[in-house]
Design a protein around this ligand. Structure first.
Ligand SMILES: [Zn+2]
Length: 159
């Protein structure tokens, strides 16, 4: 078994007026648009969950939580992430650090960086310093959606 494994995930959601915007388990205050999704549409947690699974070649969250299954309607994305974390731990690995890139034109999220990092760190039982969060705009190319890319380093839990 490898001592370390890289996982990578992406997620995107269309944004619509009158919906809540969730990122990293945090409800973004003052967001005028939120994600259109079967679940709460938290693109950070979906990308992270896929990154965890991909690091161990366990597939993707669509296989474990199909969006055509009524049982998954409105499913809390933190629950999805926790279940993926359990799968990773079940294989003897644990996340060591995480790098996130969030592309969103509005609202500006820079002031929320510590809160989003803290929220993700808590969900993954990491230190906040192990969660890097970068914010980008689409330069007007994709104003109607949010996109997230997530990289995670997994290490053998027994060192
Ligand atoms: Zn998603």
């Amino acid at each position: 078994m490898l001592a370390y494994r890289i996982g990578y995930g992406e997620d995107a959601h269309r944004l619509e007026a009158g919906r809540d915007l969730w990122l990293g388990g945090l409800k973004i205050p003052d967001a005028l648009h939120g994600a259109v999704a079967h679940s709460d549409g938290d693109a950070v947690l979906h990308a992270l969950a896929d990154a965890l699974l991909s690091g161990l070649a366990l597939g993707d969250i669509g296989q474990y939580f199909p969006d055509n299954d009524p049982a998954n309607a409105g499913l809390d994305s933190a629950t999805i992430l926790r279940r993926c974390l359990e799968l990773v731990r079940g294989r003897g690995y644990a996340p060591l650090n995480v790098a996130l890139v969030v592309t969103l034109d509005r609202p500006k999220l820079g002031g929320l960086r510590p809160d989003i990092a803290a929220s993700v760190a808590e969900l993954l039982t990491l230190d906040r310093a192990e969660v890097g969060v970068s914010f980008k705009t689409s330069e007007g190319l994709a104003t109607g959606h949010v996109q997230v890319r997530a990289t995670v380093l997994l290490g053998r839990a027994d060192g």
